[in-house]
Each structure stands twice: as structure tokens, then as C-alpha cells.
Ligand binder design. Structure first.
Ligand SMILES: *Cc1c(COP(=O)(O)O)cnc(C)c1O
Ligand code: SF4
Length: 341
């Protein structure tokens, strides 16, 4: 890839010549390569390699290129760089904090909340976020076959209280468009379904994922479509992403964002206000701000609920009401996310 130098610490890629599948292929998976590319101290390597043995490093180049070189505290780097802190056992941080394995009546289907079901389309993601509860999810175990997808569609067809299907994962947009559009067509035959929602981080880490093929089936579905992106810091938003969001919106997609409150990434009022403003400037509405699920290996990212409330109050003081995301926690057994006041 060719670069133009913007400032001494950042390099701005020219229009990418890679298709999204190629970007996936060339994503960085080796801690040494990441540290070298970002000109970071090699002292970080032994712990990165150790923590990556538990949950591998995986980060696509378009996301890496939004990081500041030479800065070990870069808020985007912190989301993906394996650290020794992950290996510490901290009481109260468990392997399956959401008890999702219990709400799994069929392979690929999670029906925890009334009126909507979540389909786990792919068990992997394009990026491995260190704070994610999926670091312990049984990768590869939950990939339904064509026949099992038919059972999922039958389950939805048999329950007319369901009006929305959520494609989740892993990252559903790792699936080829041909697979996605075929499933959407089957779902369209279920009359009581009105909406299709897609929870994805792919447009943020590989903007080329929003290509003509994806836009084409999004435009042609009878469903109202919603895409919920996952952006935690304003530095993840650039003109390339904004252009892809504009394409989505031109194809009739409502674009929302959910963030996770993360210590060392976005735990200040200034950072959160800047995030909401940058989201809206890029055509995205803030939806949720989640407090961290207490997953083993993520305690160093946690902010107390008291701190979360303080930050939320600070946002409310400075932002238009529609730019304040809902502050929520997920509590197992509850019939919805739980608002924190
Ligand atoms: C978050 C979540 C949903 C969607 O919840 P909304 O509040 O509608 O965004 C659905 N199913 C599961 C299992 C979830 O965790
Ligand atoms: S599910 Fe979301 S938060 Fe978790 S690793 Fe994938 S992209 Fe990151």
C-alpha cells in the first residue's frame, strides 16, 4: 500500500486497492508485526504474546491506520493489544457472564427478549476486541448448517410475537452477501417480520465491506433495515467511514451506534461528548453506551457504576438529548437491557 505522510506520527493511506476479503486476509495477527508497524517498544511483546495465546490478536489494517504511531496508550490500540492484565484472575469476572449459553433453543438462535430474536451468523469477528465476552465463546461450535437455518426460520415463523430479526455474531458481515441475502429472502416469507437489524463492527474496521453487493440486497429487501455499528472512540470515525455510512443511508438503512464504556479508552466526559458529536457528524445516531460485562480477562477495562453515572450526567449537560446514548447494563434473566440512572 502507498502512503502520504500527513504528520510525523500518522500515515494516511490513499484510497485502498483491497477488497474487503483481502483486507481480512492481511489483518495483523502477530503481536510483533503490530508493535513494529506502530513503532512501539518491544518490551510490550512478551506479555502480548502470552495474552494472545488465550485469545488471538486480530486487527485489520484500515483500523490500525487510524492509530497514532509511537503511542502505547492510543485508545484504538488499547482495544486490540493483548496485555498481561488479561491473565489476572479477578473475582466476579466469569467466562459466561451473560449466561447466553442458556438462551440458545436452537443452534444459531438466541431468543432472550420478546419481539426480537438474535441470530449468531458467524462465530468469528474481523477484529478481536480485548474486552469482549466472546473471548470465551465456543468459537466454531455454533455455526448452523443450511438445514439448521431452516429450523431457525421455522421457529420464527411459529411465533408471531417476533417482529424483528437481529443478525449478530461474531460479526454477521463476515458472511458472504450471497449467504446473507438468501437467508433474508427466506425470512421475508415470514409475514409478521418487519425489521432486520445488523449488529456489526466491520464497516468500522474494514470500510470496504460496505460494497455494491451489500448495498444491493439491503436496497431490495422488503424489511426496514437498521445497522448498529460499534464505535468506542471518535478516532475510529474518518471520512472513509462517513462516506460508507452515507451509502448505507442512501440505501434506506437507519445507522445507529453502540459503545462500551472502557477504562483507558473513552472514560472521560470530553471523550464521550466528542464521540457523540463525531458520530452524528458522520450520520450515525448514538444508541447504547454499555457498561462492561464482567468477563474474565477484562477487569482492567471496567469503570464502576458510580463513575458511569458521573460520566453520563456530564454528557447530558453538554449534549442535545438525541446525542446522549442510553446507559445500560445487561443482567442475565432480565427481559431487556437494564437502564442505569
Ligand atoms: C441486546 C440484545 C438484543 C437487542 O436488544 P435491544 O434492546 O432491542 O437493542 C436482543 N437479544 C439479545 C440476546 C441481546 O443481548
Ligand atoms: S463481538 Fe464485537 S466487541 Fe466482540 S470481538 Fe466481535 S467486534 Fe469486537
Amino acid at each position: 500500500m502507498s502512503f502520504v505522510s500527513a504528520t510525523p506520527e500518522t500515515l494516511v493511506p490513499l484510497v485502498s486497492q483491497y477488497r474487503w476479503q483481502e483486507e481480512l486476509q492481511r489483518a495483523i495477527r502477530n503481536p510483533e508485526e503490530l508493535l513494529e508497524y506502530l513503532q512501539l517498544p518491544m518490551e510490550l511483546l512478551p506479555q502480548a504474546e502470552k495474552a494472545a495465546a488465550d485469545f488471538p490478536l486480530r486487527v485489520p489494517m484500515p483500523f490500525v491506520d487510524k492509530m497514532q504511531r509511537g503511542n502505547p496508550n492510543d485508545p484504538l490500540l488499547r482495544q486490540v493489544l493483548p496485555l498481561a492484565a488479561e491473565l489476572q484472575v479477578v473475582e466476579g469476572y466469569d467466562v459466561d457472564p451473560l449466561e447466553e449459553l442458556d438462551a440458545n433453543p436452537l443452534k444459531g438462535l438466541i431468543h432472550k427478549y420478546k419481539s426480537r430474536v438474535l441470530l449468531t451468523m458467524a462465530s468469528a469477528c474481523a477484529v478481536n476486541c480485548r474486552y469482549c465476552f466472546r473471548r470465551h465463546f465456543p468459537y466454531g461450535d455454533n455455526n448452523p448448517s443450511a438445514d439448521e437455518w431452516r429450523q431457525v426460520v421455522d421457529y420464527i415463523a411459529a411465533d408471531d410475537s417476533i417482529n424483528e430479526v437481529i443478525f449478530s455474531g461474531g460479526d454477521p458481515l463476515l458472511s458472504p452477501d450471497r449467504t446473507l441475502s438468501r437467508l433474508v429472502q427466506e425470512l421475508e416469507a415470514v409475514e409478521h417480520l418487519q425489521r432486520l437489524r445488523i449488529h456489526t463492527r466491520l464497516p468500522v474496521v474494514i470500510p470496504q465491506r460496505v460494497d455494491d453487493e451489500l448495498l444491493q440486497w439491503l436496497r431490495s429487501t422488503r424489511f426496514q433495515t437498521v445497522m448498529v455499528l460499534h464505535i468506542n472512540h471518535s478516532a475510529e470515525i474518518d471520512t472513509t467511514l462517513a462516506a460508507r455510512v452515507a451509502d448505507l443511508k442512501a440505501s434506506g438503512v437507519t445507522v445507529l451506534n453502540q459503545s462500551v464504556l472502557l477504562r483507558g479508552v473513552n472514560d472521560s466526559v470530553d471523550t464521550l461528548v466528542e464521540l457523540s458529536e463525531a458520530l452524528f457528524a458522520a450520520g450515525i445516531l448514538p444508541y447504547y453506551l454499555h457498561v462492561l460485562d464482567k468477563t474474565a480477562g477484562t477487569a482492567h477495562f471496567d469503570c464502576s457504576e458510580t463513575e458511569a453515572r458521573r460520566l453520563f450526567a456530564g454528557m447530558q449537560m453538554r449534549l442535545s438529548g438525541f446525542l446522549v446514548p442510553k446507559l445500560v447494563r445487561e443482567i442475565p434473566e432480565r427481559a431487556s437491557k437494564t437502564l442505569i440512572f
